[in-house]
Ligand binder design. Structure first.
Ligand SMILES: Nc1ncnc2c1ncn2[C@@H]1O[C@H](COP(=O)(O)OP(=O)(O)OP(=O)(O)O)[C@@H](O)[C@H]1O
Length: 254
């Protein structure tokens, strides 16, 4: 077998991926690819296996079976080779609350070995409007401010692959829109690849070129939002999601 590596390979390739927790098969043999420079949505109801999949991609959870490649490199065997090119954001993962924003960004920047960290933090503070909160404790910020800080943390190493777990959950529509615009700008400017777990279907329609739908640990649908909407004979992804979640599968229109 001739595995593609480097720029020819997909940013993410998952083959036969399984995660078993005791009697629970959280991820049940999934295969998908995310082409470099695209945004893929990872959708599914609560407990579908999205977070477990992202945790395996990040090397936080070991797969029970299967293979993960990041730009053609075996991410399980060669974790420390692939992790510097990745980062992650989720509102459900708190940073140390007593540290100031600057201290947190410094800690994460050192973990990633970011060169000229002061300049990188200043650049992110400008981009993400963090100037006034850089020296405040992270635990004293509003949800919107915390989101901007966790985006800064996620971008500290200028990742080629960004994994996002519900990045706009609990944000007001204006702040959520700001976050989406920032993600789009980052992707366009850097050619970055984004895998986005989201329950917000208008967000998915706006950002995603492709969608992977999961249910009970398996992939039950995949394609561009437009293709899935057409295939299901629906007018938007919200309706497609409900059809898939409730098992109302339509055959593709021939
Ligand atoms: N550490 C764990 N130990 C045991 N079971 C787990 C563990 N983590 C997840 N699970 C189970 O695996 C399944 C998938 O969970 P996961 O968190 O990946 O789903 P999800 O799609 O991210 O859901 P949500 O949208 O609610 O965040 C669930 O049944 C969950 O209870």
């Amino acid at each position: 077998m001739t595995a593609k590596t480097g720029s020819q390979a997909p940013a993410i390739r998952v083959q036969g991926l399984v995660k078993q927790y005791g009697a629970v098969r959280a991820v049940d043999g999934i295969d998908f690819e995310v082409p470099a420079g695209t945004v893929t949505g990872l959708l599914g109801g609560n407990g579908a296996g999205k977070t477990t999949t992202i945790a395996m991609l990040l090397g936080l959870v070991l797969p029970s079976l299967g293979r993960i490649e990041i730009f053609g490199v075996d991410a399980v065997a060669d974790r420390y080779r692939v992790l510097p090119s990745m980062n992650f954001e989720s509102p459900y993962v708190e940073m140390p609350l007593r540290l100031t924003v600057r201290q947190n960004l410094t800690v994460y920047g050192r973990l990633y070995g970011v060169a000229d960290l002061k300049a990188r933090i200043a650049e992110l503070a400008g981009d993400l409007e963090l100037g006034e909160i850089l020296d405040r404790p992270t635990g004293k910020l509003s949800a919107g401010q915390k989101t901007r800080v966790s985006l800064a943390k996620a971008l500290i190493n200028a990742p080629r692959i960004l994994l996002l777990d519900e990045p706009t959950a609990s944000l007001d529509p204006d702040t959520a829109d700001w976050v989406r615009s920032h993600l789009e700008r980052y992707r366009t400017a850097k050619g970055a690849t984004i895998l986005l777990a989201s329950h917000n279907m208008s967000e998915v329609e706006r950002l995603c070129t492709d969608v992977v739908m999961m249910k009970a640990g398996r992939i039950v649908g995949r394609g561009s939002p437009e293709a899935l909407i057409r295939q299901y004979g629906r007018t938007n992804m919200e309706e497609v999601f409900l059809d898939m979640a409730r098992g109302r599968r339509r055959e593709a229109a021939e």
